[in-house]
Design a binder for this molecule. Structure first.
Ligand SMILES: Cc1ncc(COP(=O)(O)O)c(C=O)c1O
Length: 390
């Protein structure tokens, strides 16, 4: 059977030189980024300050809408931010922790930066409850649901867990949160572009993430979706002139909030990041996340099969429906194996309590999966690790 997604392979120059399986960390750069960045330079060089009104100001909305299209967000509901941590800060600034409803419920499988941010909100009055994992792969959904109660204000949770690629039951978490009057902040950094996300179907309050991993957009651009009814009434205290109803009036005194998406922005945005983001977003939209997901399931299943054959520990969910795009494998000497794989241009990474993380994307071939695992076999052989343990 032909793999139609491989027609995008020539768009990614690094695939000619490496076995690129690290899209959970940094997606491969699309060839088109060079032209796009050149266009940024040319615009700045030739149009100077006029670039703001001719292109750059509205580009924030344009790029936000292209990201929004991948998650079925209505036009104008996605603002651009610098990173996911600052997205949390914008959301936190829409609420206060002085009332009875001041609890923040999250899981210890969240990305650490998100944890550090919410833990730090204790000093601002938040009551923070971290729900622990037992197996290092997932937190039972029931446990998260039980933790959300009438005093819960916010539930910041990963859609796909960065450590194990477990897919949280976002729908159940959101429904429970809404029943008790809480809001969910869904971190789709490890899902959007690889696992389908539909913010309207989920009825999620906030969705955050960045473009540099599965969306192949490079560092510097993160997104914040705010459900339109909330977007009309929330007033972020982390704000600035971009959020003003009439920014160019340069009014003094208190802000008068404009509409989303600018309402959730603050000051001058990272324009070069918009240019690097656009080519990847276009490719992902053309490829289609549903098809990417189908292929991803085949690739992760193959990785698990090969690891099982060798008796290696797989730190990933076994149900394909609960598993995103990364397979963490803890073979013997996994840290050293990872270092050697990198030397051989098989690009993966290693994390404590997880092992070597393999993250193939739509541009990888099934042959590359087999080659990567074969490379591990050879490395272990050279290390003198017995075949049974290999
Ligand atoms: C699920 C998740 N959230 C957040 C981040 C990063 O957050 P930030 O954009 O603040 O660097 C990552 C990065 O690996 C991640 O995997």
């Amino acid at each position: 059977m032909t793999d139609d997604l491989l027609r995008f392979r020539p768009e990614f120059p690094i695939l000619e030189r490496t076995t690129y399986m690290i899209s959970n960390s940094l997606g491969a750069m699309p060839r088109g980024v060079s032209d796009s960045v050149q266009e940024y330079c040319d615009t700045w060089a030739t149009r100077g300050v006029r670039a703001w009104e001719e292109k750059w100001w509205m580009m924030a909305r344009e790029v936000g809408d292209s990201i929004g299209a991948i998650m079925n967000a209505p036009a104008g509901s996605v603002s651009l931010q610098l990173n996911v941590t600052s997205c949390q800060a914008v959301i936190a600034s829409c609420f206060d922790f002085s009332g009875r409803r001041k609890k923040v419920v999250y899981s210890d499988m969240n990305f650490p930066s998100v944890m550090y941010f919410w833990e730090a909100q204790r000093s601002r009055g938040a009551r923070v409850q971290m729900v622990p994992t037992d197996d290092g792969i997932h937190v039972p959904t029931e446990r998260l649901l039980d933790a959300s109660d009438e005093e819960t204000l916010l539930v910041p949770i990963s859609h796909v867990v960065f450590r194990s690629s477990y897919i949280n039951d976002a729908k159940a978490i959101i429904e429970k949160a809404h029943r008790v009057g809480a809001h969910v902040v869904l971190d789709t950094f490890q899902s959007l572009g690889n696992v389908p996300v539909d913010v309207q179907e989920l009825n999620v309050d906030f969705t955050v993430g960045g473009v540099l991993k599965w969306l192949c957009g490079g560092p510097g651009t993160s997104y914040l979706y705010v459900r339109p009814d909330l977007g009309r009434k929330l007033e972020p205290k982390l704000t600035g002139w971009f959020a003003h109803e009439n920014p160019f009036a340069f009014e003094t005194g208190e802000i008068r909030y404009g509409d989303a998406p600018f309402r959730f922005m603050q000051g001058t945005s990272n324009v070069p990041g918009f240019y690097t983001a656009m080519p990847g977003l276009k490719i992902i939209r053309e490829a289609g996340v549903q098809r990417i997901r189908e292929k991803s399931k085949k690739m992760t299943a193959r990785l698990i099969e090969l690891a099982d054959q060798r008796g290696w520990k797989v730190n990933a969910p076994r149900d394909p429906e609960q598993h995103g795009g990364t397979v963490a494998i803890n073979m013997p000497n996994s840290k050293e194996v990872c270092a050697e794989l990198l030397r051989q241009d098989v690009l993966v990474d290693w994390r404590p309590n997880a092992g070597v993380r393999f993250s193939p994307h739509f541009y990888n071939t099934m042959e590359e999966i087999d080659l990567a695992i074969h490379a591990v076999d050879e490395i272990l052989k050279n290390m003198g690790v017995a075949a049974a343990a290999r």
